[in-house]
Design a protein around this ligand. Sequence first.
Ligand SMILES: *[C@@H]1O[C@H](CO)[C@@H](O)[C@H](O)[C@H]1NC(C)=O
Ligand SMILES: *[C@@H]1O[C@H](CO)[C@@H](O)[C@H](O)[C@H]1NC(C)=O
Ligand SMILES: *[C@@H]1O[C@H](CO)[C@@H](O)[C@H](O)[C@H]1NC(C)=O
Ligand SMILES: *[C@@H]1O[C@H](CO)[C@@H](O)[C@H](O)[C@H]1NC(C)=O
Length: 250
Amino acid sequence: MMKLQYYGSLAVLLLLPVALACADTDFDFFYHVQQWPGSYCDTKEGCCFPGNQKPAADFGIHGLWPNYAVCRTVDEDGRPLNQSKCWPDFCNASDPLDPSLIRDLEPDLLRNWGTLSCKSKESTAFWSHEWTRHGTCSGMDQHSYFLAALEYKARFNLTRILLDAGIVPSEERTYCLSRIRDAVAEATGSAPNLECNRNERNETQLYQVYQCVGVDGRSPVRCLVAMDGGCTGMVKFPAFCATETIQVMR
Ligand SMILES: *[C@@H]1O[C@H](CO)[C@@H](O)[C@H](O)[C@H]1NC(C)=O
Ligand SMILES: *[C@@H]1O[C@H](CO)[C@@H](O)[C@H](O)[C@H]1NC(C)=O
Ligand SMILES: *[C@@H]1O[C@H](CO)[C@@H](O)[C@H](O)[C@H]1NC(C)=O
Ligand SMILES: *[C@@H]1O[C@H](CO)[C@@H](O)[C@H](O)[C@H]1NC(C)=O
């Protein structure tokens, strides 16, 4: 929390030229992706809580993902790819996550980047996957990568941004998708992409918010890519009522 001040807008402006000057990055922007626990947990698959501790009803980080502005159809040597590639991934197999390098961030990570998956129930496994797949392509070292994602989430508190715009978690209400997008755009200066999923009753609900961030990992940028996130006009934003016990017993 006390680190927040440092990344106020003045600090960002001062750091930007340095970051651009030494960035050795082969991508165009980051997606800072956050998931709503209510929408993760009320699906057919359900969810689990690491350490059996129910997290707060707050957005959680999914990842900070390097992305291309235009999908690529040839590899670095100009050979055609079987499948077009819209983001780089798994950039350095010899650089696995070393938890000792991010130990000081762990309390913050557990609070803001916890897993809800029933597969491992271990947030370290989640961070390790995110680092190996996306972080190794970020141009940042491990500590800088996780810190950047945490700082961005803290700087723009999505839960509060939506609450302030009257978008409150509810079992009954539905919200116009553009109202959600506008609220985030107004608060951050950049309209996000949105992804929906379906609850057990097959109703569409807001699941993940993709904010576009510059290659420095700090500054919001205009989203260059449209995304089909499976959302229709009106979506739910469900309360986070699920309990792990119910999910496990299913
Ligand atoms: C691309 O497709 C060819 C032919 O199906 C296959 O031999 C090759 O392994 C594939 N390459 C990749 C990178 O998947
Ligand atoms: C991959 O990671 C290893 C271990 O951190 C490092 O020594 C090496 O320079 C990295 N390779 C590239 C291409 O970045
Ligand atoms: C974000 O704002 C919500 C609503 O005010 C609050 O409950 C939550 O603790 C905040 N998250 C963080 C990480 O400060
Ligand atoms: C859920 O709703 C969608 C859109 O109305 C429909 O295409 C799909 O078949 C439904 N799925 C189930 C499992 O009912």
